[in-house]
Design a protein around this ligand. Sequence first.
Ligand code: DGL
Length: 266
Amino acid sequence: MDNRAIGVFDSGLGGLTAVSEIMRLLPNERIVYFGDTARVPYGTRSRETIMRYVSEDIDFLQSFDIKAVIMACGTASSVSLPQIREIYDIPIIGVVEPASRAACNATKNLKVGIIGTSATVKSRSYEREILTALPGAEIYTAACPLFVPLVENGRTNPDDIVLATMVEEYLTPIREAGVDTLIMGCTHYPIIERAIARFMGNSVSLINPGLEAARFLQECEDIEKSCGAAEYRFFVSDDRSGFMENASKFLGGKLCGEVEIASAGK
Ligand code: DGL
């Protein structure tokens, strides 16, 4: 047994989609969460900038006594994970591998859609994982850069006209391609899952990368689980009140305690 905390980070609210699943699947785990709200979004930045932000986020989490890091960010996982694993001597779980595995298990017609930030789609990270496991798969991708700012601003209601318009614009080609599985490849996107599901229809399986990363953690034998009492700490680098309002809404009242301010960068 290892009662140390698990460090989870994202550029903002998105990583809470992993946190809520870790809370549910592993209710004894302590979690330290960092949302880099001062520098969100990551997905429109260069590879060098994303690498620097990710290193600073992990350095911040390592200032606590943590046993593992969940990179609960599709962009960070896509752009930095292999190199970051070489630098840090702590288990690091990203979202690309678990979500791709789930998509391979879900698809029947081998037509898989992938949506994510511009950096994620450009990296082809999910695509590579899927084609390695299913070489005959047809992959359809779309970058959806406006989804993250909409989520960070609380525009998550499926009836929201701006959200519905953007969902239609981004997802029409993927729906027309006839995919039966769609990876919501950015951890912010499950927060707007109802809008995405409404547009894609019931027959399309939606893959939630935060949920899949939490399942991966649950199954991971290299990371010993906790038998202690859960404790949650939430840090953001800016805008505590906006984060608290949206996070409480999303976590259904499970945002226990104050959100604290921290700075990951110099
Ligand atoms: N949740 C992050 C992701 O999964 C959002 C990236 C961003 O900040 O653009 O990609």
